[in-house]
Design a protein around this ligand. Sequence first.
Ligand code: ADP
Length: 277
Amino acid sequence: MYTKHYYPFQVIPVRGGSINDAYGIQYGKDRFFCKINDRDTLPDLFRKEAKGLEYISMTKKIRVPAIIDVLYTETHQIFLMEWIDTTTPTGLSWEKLALQLAGLHNCTFPNFGWFEDNYMGNMEQRNQQMSTWSNFFIECRLVPQMKIGYDQDLLEKKDLLGLQRLFNRLPDIYPHTQPQLVHGDLWHGNILFDLKGDPVLIDPAIHYGHAAADLGLTQLFGGVDSRFYDVYTSEADVAPNYREQWEIANLYPLLMHLNLFGKSYYSGIADTIHSFV
Ligand code: ADP
C-alpha cells in the first residue's frame, strides 16, 4: 500500500501553445508538463506525438521530454510528460543542436514516410511509404495542401500549374538520398534548451523524409544562430544546392500556413515557384 504523504499541489497555466491548453503541474518538488485537447477534433494527436518523441528518444541522438502518459476521458485527451526547465542558448548550444540533429538525420530507413499518418501542428499529414523523396514530397505533402488551398480560394489554377511545373524539376533538385529521420516541425518554438544548454526537441511531426525539411523550417521565420548552420553544413552530408533544397522544402509549411492563416503567406509561395520554374 502507498504511504500517505501530502505534498503541495499547484496547476500553473503555460502560455505559448497554439493548439492545446498547457499547464505545469507542481507536486511537491516535482513538476510535470501537461497538455489537454478535446478528444475528437484531432484524434490521437497526443498518442501520435508521444510515439514520435519515443522514437526520437530511442535513437539516443537528441534529448526529448520523457513521456509519463497519454490519457483519454470521454471528452478529452491529456498528455503528461517531463517538465523541461529552459535557458537561453549559447553558441555552444546551437553547435550541439547542429551535431545532434545531423546524428538524427543519419538514422535512415528503406522507405520515405512513416508507420501511420500523423500531424504537423494541427494539420493532418499523410505518410504513405514511398521509394523517392520527390514522389513522397509531392503526393503526401504538397498535393494535399494544394487541394485545401484551391478549395478555399487561396490558390488559383495558375498557381497549381506553376507548382506542377516545379514537380518536374524535383528529381534534379533532390538527387536520390536515403530516407532520413526528421523531426518534421523544427521551427524555433519547438527547440528548447535545458539548464545545461543542451537542445530538447518537442512537438515532432516525425517521418522518414529529407533533412531539408528540418533545416528549411529553422530558417522560415528568420533563422537561428549562424553557428548552427556552419556546424550543420560542415558536419552533415549536404548537397551543393542545399539552399535550393531548403527553400523548396519550405513550400510545404508555407502552403500549410496559407491554408491556416490566409493570404499573407501567398507571396512566399509565389516567389519560390517563380525562382524555380
Ligand atoms: P502546442 O502543442 O499547443 O503548440 P507546445 O507543445 O508548443 O503547445 O507547448 C506550449 C508551451 O509550453 C510552449 O511555450 C513550450 O515551450 C512549452 N513546453 C512544451 N513542452 C514543455 C515541457 N516538456 N516542459 C516545459 N515547457 C514545455
